[in-house]
Design a protein around this ligand. Structure first.
Ligand code: NAD
Length: 480
């Protein structure tokens, strides 16, 4: 059975696309077609931006609603998403191979959680009044930045859409969202929820499209802010466009984070936390600690622990609740991962678990969880983002060297420190140059800022800082 759509959600209604072209969605598990949606064009983007612009500029529209009124609608949107949580989770897992346990706990839950969180924040915040230094009063207002282009990748299509949509709508912005062609079916479940919640026409518009149409959206004269999650290469290109246009932009990009295992760590008893920190979503997660820095004195023991752990993970159908590792998203992504595995071996690292396609599956894009030992931090597999279930174990002699290696990276997004001594772990975590870091786990906190430094991006999502990214500060000086 396939799920097919032939309309686009623009201006609050289902509309006819400007072109008959469609995207077909291929299951990474069966390699069969599972659905199709219209392929958005520049003309569709024009219509979507016009609708968002009209909604934003409407003097009685969304941007002018009292925060309480916006919050009420966002809470209804959250309720409507909750009702559809099981469908969302299944749609995501069928499209990108995410184990259903993960899609149920992330994709089905995070969007509604963020809508409620930001609805709560706008109910609490008011304009700030300050005594002005030369007499009178200054009122510092937070105004919505305008029409937002939200561009999202395939790995967490719903959660990452709502790190943008929820704060943007809460701030009073209107949004044109461009999902990735690999994961478009879930966006139609989200649209149903938006319509049921009574989101006003044009507040949210969705145009599935590829990179070229995405670039057109970024440069569109009707856009006031770009919020992007994706690869570093695409992020650089978007940053160049936004730099030329002086257009605000938030970039959540790639990573190659380090797990620093200290000499007192009891990793064997922490494997339940180690798994989501290193191999979450089949290794297709930006913040994963895929470089494992292990003390030389315990190196061979840790190689054994991590290799056994990886070799025993359950690889299988993402819709089976027992599955821990599903297929990677596409044939193209599988080839990319295989080329990195080949490079790892060619540069002298040693495969201690996995090492290629899963022997148990004769179809589907399955890669066995792979561990490399004897990796040098300058090897390609330690420096470049693989975005698959591949870990590189690197020995270190002392903590200063471990910190230096963690920081010797183009990226700076996540990371983790593993130790039984919380004070020592914190002092090491504080020395790692990164946007976020976990101690004995890595769990995104929706109420705290998330984002990267260096080639991992600019700006922050989540927390109150995520809302601030969609607000302009305006000072109104009032005479005494
Ligand atoms: P990608 O950059 O190829 O595509 C991401 C999205 O951007 C897609 O919707 C794509 O169509 C669009 N796009 C691509 N080039 C564009 C351009 N020049 N202008 C406008 N839009 C463009 O990335 P991907 O392969 O879909 O996703 C994987 C990447 O995303 C990884 O590098 C991963 O680390 C990163 N990621 C980062 C975070 C984070 O929060 N930092 C989270 C998840 C994924």
């Amino acid at each position: 059975m396939t799920t097919d759509f032939d309309t686009l959600y623009i201006g609050g209604d289902w509309t006819t696309p400007s072109s008959p072209a469609t995207y077909t969605v291929i299951s990474p598990t069966t390699e069969e077609v599972i659905g199709s949606v219209p392929e958005g064009t520049e003309a569709d983007i024009d219509r979507a931006v016009d609708a968002a612009r009209a909604a934003f500029d409407d003097p009685t529209g969304w941007s002018q609603y009292e925060p309480h009124r916006r919050a009420e609608i966002l809470e209804r949107f959250a309720d409507a998403l909750d009702k559809r949580g099981a469908r969302t989770a299944e749609a995501v897992s069928r499209q990108n191979g995410m184990p259903i346990q993960t899609s149920q706990s992330m994709e089905a839950v995070f969007p509604a959680l963020l809508l409620r969180y930001y609805a709560g924040l706008i109910k609490e915040s008011t304009d700030e009044r300050r005594p002005a230094m030369f007499g009178g009063t200054t009122v510092v207002r937070r105004e919505p930045v305008g029409v937002v282009a939200a561009i999202v990748p395939w790995n967490f299509p719903q959660a990452l859409a709502f790190t943008k949509i929820a704060p943007a709508l809460a701030a009073g912005c209107t949004v044109v969202m461009k999902p990735s062609p690999e994961t478009v079916l879930d966006s139609y479940v989200m649209i149903e929820a938006a319509m049921e919640a009574g989101l006003p026409a044009g507040a949210l518009n969705v145009v599935p499209a590829g990179a070229a149409v995405g670039a057109y959206l970024v440069a569109h004269p009707g856009i006031d802010k770009v919020a992007f999650t994706g690869s570093t290469a695409a992020g650089r290109s978007i940053a160049e466009t936004c730099g030329r246009l002086l257009r605000p932009v938030t970039l959540e990009l790639g990573g190659k984070s380090a797990a620093i295992v200290l000499d007192d760590a009891d990793l064997g008893s922490r494997l339940e936390q180690f798994f989501p920190a290193t191999l979450f979503n089949n290794g297709q997660t930006c913040f994963l600690s895929t470089r494992i820095l292990a003390p030389r004195a315990r190196y061979s023991e840790l190689v054994d622990t991590i290799s056994d752990f990886a070799a025993n993970l359950i690889v299988g159908d993402p819709l089976d609740p027992a599955t821990q590792i599903g297929p990677v998203v596409s044939a193209r992504q599988r080839e990319r991962i295989e080329s990195y595995i080949a490079k790892g071996t060619a540069e002298g690292a040693r495969v201690t678990a996995g090492g290629g396609r899963s022997a148990d599956h004769d179809h589907g894009y399955f890669i066995s969880p792979t561990v490399f030992a004897d990796v040098d931090n300058r090897h390609t597999i330690a420096q470049e983002e693989i975005f698959g279930p591949v870990l590189a174990l690197i020995p270190y002699d002392d903590v200063d060297q471990a910190v230096a290696m963690a920081n010797d990276s183009e990226f700076g997004l996540g990371g983790s420190v593993w130790s039984e001594d919380p004070v020592r772990a914190l002092s090491v975590a504080n020395r790692v140059h990164t946007g976020s870091i976990g101690i004995n786990s890595y769990v995104n906190d929706p109420a705290s800022p998330f984002g990267g430094i260096k080639a991992s991006g600019m700006g922050r999502e989540l927390g109150p800082e995520g809302l601030a990214g969609f607000q302009l500060l305006k000072s109104v000086y009032q005479a005494p």
